[in-house]
Design a protein around this ligand. Structure first.
Ligand code: PLP
Length: 433
C-alpha cells in the first residue's frame, strides 16, 4: 500500500508533468475530453484485480457477485443515457476501446471477406471503417473484410448520399458504417437506411465522436435507424477510455444479434473485461443522465460554432463553412501552410490541436488542415467569450507560423524554438518572442 510518490517517484514525476500540461494548456483535440474525478477514482480502483470472463451470472471465474452487479448497472445506465427501451435494445459494455468495439461489431454482423462500406479516411472517416491505401491494407477492417469507401462531395463537402447509393448498388455491401472522426456536420441516417434496406445490408453507426451530443438529444438520433451503434466513452461522452456496442434485440432477420455481439466481444476479440473501467463508465453514464450534461452538450456546440465563426471573421476557410457538432475543420491550404507546421507552433504555445486531412489534399501524408474541438474547453466551463479569445490565440499561432515559415532557418526561428521549449527561459522569454 505504499503510495505512488514513494513507490515510484519516476512515474509520479511523469504524471505530475502531464497534470501541469493539461492544467496550463488549452486542449482543442476533438477526440479528447476531461473526465471527472469520480470516474478517475473508479478507474483507479481495486476492481482492476478481478478476472470475470463471460457475462453477468455466466462467468468463467468465481467471486464475481459484485462485478455482476456492476456490469448490470453499467448496462442499465448505458440504455438510460441514450433513452433506449431495454425490450428493443441491448448493450455490451466490455469493449476495451472504440477500435475493439468496432472490430467486434464487424465480427458479429458479417463474415470474413464480406463487403462493407465506410466513409473514407481522407473525408473524415475512421481507420476501423475499412481503411486501406493503394500500397497496403493496414487495418483489420480492410485485411479481414473487403471494403469500399464512400465520400463527401467536392463542392459542399457534405456526405454524398447519392453517390453512396450508386456505389452500394454496384458493390452490394453486407454492411454500411456511418459515423466519423472528422466530419463537422450531422448525419442523414434515413438516407443511408434507405440504401441498406434496398441492398439488404446492416446499418451500423460509430457515434464515437458525437455520442455525448446524441445522448443530450442535440443531434439526430442514430438509434432510430441503425441495427448496431458503437461508441467510445471518452470523447463528448466525457468518460474513461473504453467502448460500447448497442444492438437491436428486435431485428426480424437477426433475432440472435445479442448472442452474436456478446460472443464477438468475448471470446472472439477480447479476454477478461476491465472491471475498473466498466465502473468508471457507469459513473460517467450517471453524469450523462443528469440535466447538467444536456446544458454541457448545448454549450459544446455553441462554443464550436463561436470558434468557427471567429476564425471565419479572421478570414479563414472552414470545411463546410461551419459546424453542427463539437468540431471544426480548418483548411489551411489557402495560406500555404500545412497542418503539421501549425500543430507544432501551437504545441510550443501550449495549445493542443491536431493536423487533419481536408478534402482535396494532394497527399494524405501532408494534411492541409487542422481539426479543433470544444469538448475539453467546455468541460473547463469556457463560454462563447472565452472561446472567441481562443480563436484569437489560434489566429496569432497562424500568423506566427507564416512568419516562421518565411524566416525558415533564421535566428528568429531558432530563438523561438529555444525559448518556447526551455523550462528556465520559459514564460518570461516567451513574451519577448
Ligand atoms: N471510432 C471513431 C469514429 C473514432 O474517432 C475513434 C478514435 O478516435 C475510434 C473509433 C477508436 O477509438 P479508440 O481509440 O478508443 O480505439
Amino acid at each position: 500500500y505504499t503510495p505512488l510518490p514513494e513507490a515510484d517517484p519516476v512515474v509520479q514525476n511523469i504524471i505530475d508533468k502531464e497534470v501541469w500540461r493539461q492544467f496550463t494548456g488549452l486542449e482543442l483535440i476533438a477526440s479528447e475530453n476531461l473526465t471527472s474525478r469520480a470516474a478517475m477514482d473508479a478507474n483507479g480502483s481495486i476492481l482492476t484485480n478481478k478476472y470475470s470472463e463471460g457475462l453477468p451470472n455466466a462467468r468463467y471465474y468465481g467471486g464475481n457477485e459484485y462485478i455482476d452487479e456492476l456490469e448490470i448497472l453499467c448496462r442499465k445506465r448505458a440504455l438510460e443515457a441514450f433513452h433506449l427501451d431495454p425490450a428493443k435494445w441491448g448493450v455490451n459494455v466490455q469493449p476495451y476501446s472504440g477500435s475493439t468495439a468496432n472490430f467486434a461489431a464487424l465480427t458479429a454482423l458479417i463474415q470474413p471477406q464480406d463487403r462493407l462500406m465506410g466513409l473514407g479516411l481522407p473525408d473524415g472517416g475512421h481507420l476501423t471503417h475499412g481503411y486501406y491505401t493503394a500500397k497496403k491494407k493496414m487495418t483489420a477492417s480492410s485485411i479481414y473484410f473487403q471494403s469500399l469507401p464512400y465520400a463527401i462531395t467536392k463542392d459542399t463537402h457534405l456526405i454524398d448520399y447519392v453517390a453512396l447509393a450508386e456505389q452500394a448498388r454496384i458493390f452490394k455491401p453486407k454492411l454500411i458504417i456511418c459515423g466519423a472522426s472528422a466530419y463537422p456536420r450531422d448525419w442523414d441516417y434515413a438516407a443511408i437506411k434507405k440504401v441498406t434496406e434496398k441492398e439488404g445490408a446492416f446499418l451500423m453507426c460509430d457515434m464515437a465522436h458525437t455520442s455525448g451530443l446524441v445522448a443530450a438529444q442535440e443531434l439526430n438520433d442514430p438509434f432510430e435507424y441503425c441495427d448496431v451503434v458503437t461508441t467510445t466513452t471518452h470523447k463528448t461522452l466525457r468518460g474513461p477510455r473504453a467502448g460500447l456496442i448497442f444492438f437491436r434485440k428486435d431485428l426480424p432477420n437477426s433475432p440472435d444479434l445479442e448472442k452474436r455481439v456478446n460472443e464477438a466481444v468475448f471470446p472472439a476479440c477480447q479476454g477478461g473485461p476491465h472491471n475498473n473501467t466498466i465502473a468508471a463508465v457507469a459513473v460517467a453514464l450517471k453524469q450523462v443522465a443528469d440535466p447538467a450534461f444536456k446544458q454541457y452538450a448545448k454549450q459544446v456546440i455553441a462554443n464550436a460554432r463561436t470558434l468557427g465563426a471567429r476564425l471565419v471573421e479572421h478570414g479563414y476557410k472552414l470545411q463546410t463553412g461551419g459546424t453542427d457538432n463539437h468540431l471544426v475543420l480548418w483548411d489551411l491550404r489557402p495560406l500555404g501552410l500545412t497542418g503539421s507546421k501549425v500543430e507544432k507552433v501551437c504545441d510550443l504555445m501550449g495549445i493542443t490541436i491536431n493536423k487533419n486531412a481536408v478534402s482535396g489534399d494532394a497527399s494524405a501524408q501532408v494534411p492541409g488542415g487542422i481539426r479543433l474541438g470544444t469538448s475539453a474547453l467546455t468541460s473547463r466551463n469556457m463560454l462563447e467569450a472565452d472561446v472567441k479569445q481562443v480563436a484569437d490565440f489560434l489566429h496569432r499561432a497562424v500568423q506566427l507560423s507564416l512568419l516562421l515559415q518565411k524566416e525558415a532557418g533564421s535566428k528568429l526561428l531558432k530563438d523561438f524554438v529555444r525559448v518556447a521549449t526551455s523550462q528556465e527561459e520559459g514564460k518570461q522569454g516567451f513574451a519577448q518572442v
